[in-house]
Write a protein that binds this ligand. Structure first.
Ligand SMILES: Nc1ncnc2c1ncn2[C@@H]1O[C@H](COP(=O)(O)OP(=O)(O)OP(=O)(O)O)[C@@H](O)[C@H]1O
Ligand SMILES: [Mg+2]
Length: 411
């Protein structure tokens, strides 16, 4: 397969930093040729709180992936998380140029500019301006208005913003690791690329990437995102509850969660068992009731799903016929999908990334949805010609690349 481009995705998560190098072929297929995963330190709930530690983690992940692939990383697509990530939808209307009364690219770009011009506080950084569709002379739901006879053109956009300081600190860390930034991408939108089907997006679906410190949530309707938000809870909260409830240390609590945890209580209730904690220092020899452990886990996971439900309900009942797709490391907890269905009262599936080849060992699981999704995001932009200047674009400073409305709608 002829190689078209080499792309890099870096997911700087609360628990781990992952750098992936992917080759994109002419047919759009992706092959992982390098990967580096190191435990993260220096982040709290997906926000950089220690520059040096974060730089070290990123450098570690980058080095690993370079050694494995033989490539030298120059630039990367970088995921952005943290509760400061927010979204809003904005419309922009223009009169169609009078000489033809036929919608042209120029009209679309002007409408996009109007939608973009809504007042965004100066302390916020615009991550994405994504076109959702058009309204042509009052007719909603137009996906491609080019060539239509019309007097008035309106564009609907989804705008994702993030706190300027948080984004600058992240960018600083990536640049300090000698990597330029192709584009900063909201984590949930990257994960969506890796786990959602087109049909789900068209029907209406939510992707919830449950990580260590946060849930990256994006709601899709009619094929495009219409709400992007981050909820500040995750697997760490489950582990903390276990540590407090069972009066044990965090590493013990984490180990108990991973090897004995479930949020499906029915089987455990039927027959409780004692777990011996054999290793791990002071806790050695401790005996724990598995039921007690799982009750703690279930209570917290129920609360997490209730928070998800509140976010989903805020956009209206019945808007998501395809339900919720859970991904992220913490979605791997046994019984998560069933508890999710019970609390959310909609279809729920757990999914990891799909469709890539190459060095996929240990990364085709939900914890790597964001990292692999970043490669898909980059590949999609490449296909649409958005990175025509890929080789030469100046990449210092803060890139906040506005996707060209025409290119992303009519590839
Ligand atoms: N098999 C498993 N069962 C339950 N939880 C798991 C499992 N494997 C990983 N986890 C949990 O997943 C979390 C890490 O997930 P992930 O790697 O997606 O987080 P992250 O991207 O680093 O964090 P964030 O997205 O919040 O910044 C941890 O809380 C870990 O305990
Ligand atoms: Mg994550």
């Amino acid at each position: 397969m002829e190689r078209e481009a080499v792309l890099v995705g870096i997911d700087v998560g609360t628990s781990k930093v992952c750098a992936l190098i992917g080759e994109v072929a002419r047919d759009g297929s992706l092959t992982i040729v390098g990967k580096g995963v190191v435990p993260a330190s220096g982040l709290k709930k997906a926000v950089v709180v220690n520059i040096d530690q974060t730089v070290r983690s990123i450098t570690g992940a980058v080095d690993h992936s370079e050694r494995l692939s033989g490539y030298q990383i120059d630039r990367a697509f970088v995921g952005v998380g943290g509760q400061h990530v927010e979204s809003q939808n904005s419309r922009g209307a223009v009169a169609v140029s009078s000489h033809t009364r036929e919608v042209g690219r120029e009209d679309v770009n002007r409408a996009l500019e109007v939608a973009r011009a809504l007042s965004i506080p100066s302390n916020r950084e615009v991550l994405h301006v994504l076109p959702r569709g058009f309204i042509v002379d009052g007719q909603e739901g137009v996906k491609d208005p080019l060539g239509m006879s019309a007097v008035r053109l309106e564009i609907e956009t989804h705008i994702v913003t993030a706190a300027g300081t948080a984004v600058r600190n992240l960018a600083k860390c990536v640049q300090a690791a000698n990597v330029k930034i192709d584009e900063l991408v909201a984590n949930s939108l990257a994960s969506a690329e890796a786990v959602l089907s087109d049909t789900e997006r068209d029907l209406g679906v939510a992707v919830a990437d449950i990580g260590a410190g946060t849930i990256d949530l994006a709601l899709f309707l009619d094929g495009s995102p219409f709400k992007t938000v981050v909820i500040p809870v995750g697997g760490n909260n489950v582990t903390n509850d276990i540590a407090i409830g069972l009066r044990t240390h965090l590493p013990v609590a984490e180990e108990l969660k991973l090897s004995h945890g479930t949020c499906g209580l029915r089987n455990v209730e039927a027959e409780d068992e004692a777990i011996n904690v054999e290793t791990l220092g002071e806790a050695a020899g401790m005996r724990i009731s598995r039921l007690e452990l799982c009750q703690i886990i279930e209570a917290r996971m129920r609360e997490i799903f209730e928070m998800l439900r509140a976010e989903i309900r805020s956009v209206g009942e019945g808007m998501l016929p395809a339900g919720v797709v859970l991904t992220g490391g913490a979605a791997q907890l046994a019984g998560a999908a069933a508890l999710g269905r019970e609390v959310l009262n909609m279809p729920v599936r757990v999914a990891g990334p799909v469709g890539v080849g190459g060095l996929t060992d240990n990364i085709m699981n939900p914890a790597f949805a964001t990292a692999i999704g970043l490669l898909y995001w980059g590949a999609k932009g490449l296909e649409a010609g958005e990175y025509a200047s890929y080789e030469t674009a100046p990449a210092n400073g803060l890139p906040s690349r506005v996707r060209d409305a025409l290119r992303s709608l009519f590839p």
